[in-house]
Write a protein that binds this ligand. Structure first.
Ligand SMILES: Cc1cc2nc3c(=O)[nH]c(=O)nc-3n(C[C@H](O)[C@H](O)[C@H](O)COP(=O)(O)O)c2cc1C
Length: 381
């Protein structure tokens, strides 16, 4: 199969994965209007082309948080990445090291933060969820500092667990609930099932040490019990005070919130609606971005995710005011489609598309793109 686009990765992923695993990765909250809106909002934006510019040599390198990366994107944190494909987290981290891009490891990942720090020293960022158990949060922060993480993303857009219709209908849970339907799905997707069997079932590797697992409470139930809606601005301030390195707030959509995060001394914000996975009625992050950029000023670091499916989308995000982009599902589709070869394929595709897009609009590097902000229309709702 030829992979001309992220949509091709997705199509192959859909065939290779059992339905419950594909739906976990692909699905969104509610009736998924937010999920669709994220991509549609990008596609509505048009770029202004300038011709007769020598674009033979183009440079995508971008400086963020004191480091120069080969391109203006990295990967978004994904919980249970190894459920999508065995050793997905490790293979994405390795591809990011090779491509000099940042890799974000999620708190509910299936590889420990210490293992990823050893694989991708300097390239790995750690994403923190602040749950109810303070000793767990304190320990995770200490472990991340000790392991050498320079950047921590604290995700704030999961006040409570979302309602994802696909997961509800699939009775999605970890460990899997063995039902005739599950056995049928495993039998009809042998590549995934055998690879998963060989690698061992995906676990919440960072968190299971804190969980009280009993006959009556699984790790998943312990984790759900942590999502209580308690985390607030005072907690964020405490986290800022105890984490000495870069702290980035992930999951803001309101300009006032971004200004407040900057006021607390946070180093950046990820403008994100969690890929449409929390609530169907949220604005697309690309639509929320211009107002946030205007409010925080030109110097504050703004990253963006949600709905990025091509290099052109990356260029549009930067033209609309982002400094950097995080790639969520687009990377996971590629891993599901191609296994360990997927991350490099996704990085190469997105980089090539972004570079060609710059050439088509007469721009040779990222600083020029951001200064020119070549959007014709479609940036506002
Ligand atoms: C399967 C899956 C799991 C995710 N798990 C996490 C997580 O553990 N922590 C987090 O901050 N965001 C998580 N996200 C959200 C992503 O980090 C990111 O915000 C989102 O995927 C961006 O949207 P996109 O998938 O349309 O690119 C997850 C997203 C997906 C698709």
């Amino acid at each position: 199969m030829i992979f001309a686009s992220v949509a091709d990765f997705r199509a192959r992923a859909k065939r290779r994965l059992p339905k419950f695993a594909f739906d976990y990765m692909d699905g969104g909250a509610g009736h998924e209007a937010g999920l669709r809106r994220n991509v549609e909002a990008f596609d509505r934006i048009e770029l202004k082309p300038r011709m007769l510019v020598n674009v033979e040599k183009r440079d995508l390198s971008t400086t963020l948080f004191g480091r120069t990366w080969n391109a203006p994107f990295g990967t978004a944190p994904i919980g249970l990445g190894n459920l999508v494909w065995p050793r997905a987290e490790e293979s994405i981290a390795r591809a990011c090291i090779a491509a000099n891009l940042p890799y974000s490891l999620s708190t509910p990942a299936s590889t420990t933060l210490e293992e990823i720090a050893a694989i991708a020293p300097g390239n790995a960022w750690f994403q923190l969820y602040v749950g109810r158990a303070e000793e767990m949060v304190t320990d995770l922060v200490t472990r991340a500092e000790r392991a050498g993480y320079d950047v921590m993303l604290v995700t704030v857009d999961v006040p409570i667990a979302p309602l994802r219709h696909r997961d509800i209908k699939n009775r999605f849970s970890v460990p899997f609930r063995v039902t005739p339907r599950l056995l049928y799905e495993l039998a009809t997707h042998p590549q995934w099932s055998l690879a998963t069997l060989a690698a061992g079932r995906p676990r919440f590797a960072n968190m299971e040490r804190y969980a009280t697992v009993t006959r009556y409470q699984t790790v998943t139930q312990y984790m759900s019990s942590q999502v209580t809606g308690r985390f607030d601005w005072d907690d964020l301030k405490r986290l800022r005070d105890c984490w000495p390195r870069k702290l980035v707030v992930k999951g803001l959509l309101a300009a006032d919130d971004a200004v407040r995060a900057r006021g607390l001394g946070c180093d950046g914000v990820v403008v994100s609606n969690h890929g449409g996975r929390q609530l169907s009625s949220l604005p697309a992050s690309i639509d929320a971005l211009p107002e946030i950029r205007a409010a925080v000023g030109p110097k504050f670091s703004l990253l963006l995710d949600s709905g990025v499916r091509s290099g052109e989308h990356i260029v549009k995000a930067l033209a609309a005011g982002a400094d950097f982009v995080l790639i969520g599902r687009a990377m996971m589709y590629a891993v599901a489609a191609l296994g360990a070869a997927g991350p490099k394929a996704a990085i190469d595709l997105l980089t090539d598309e972004a570079s060609r897009c710059l050439a088509q609009i007469g721009i040779v590097d990222i600083p020029t793109l951001k200064a020119a902000a070549p959007i014709i229309r479609g940036e506002s709702r």
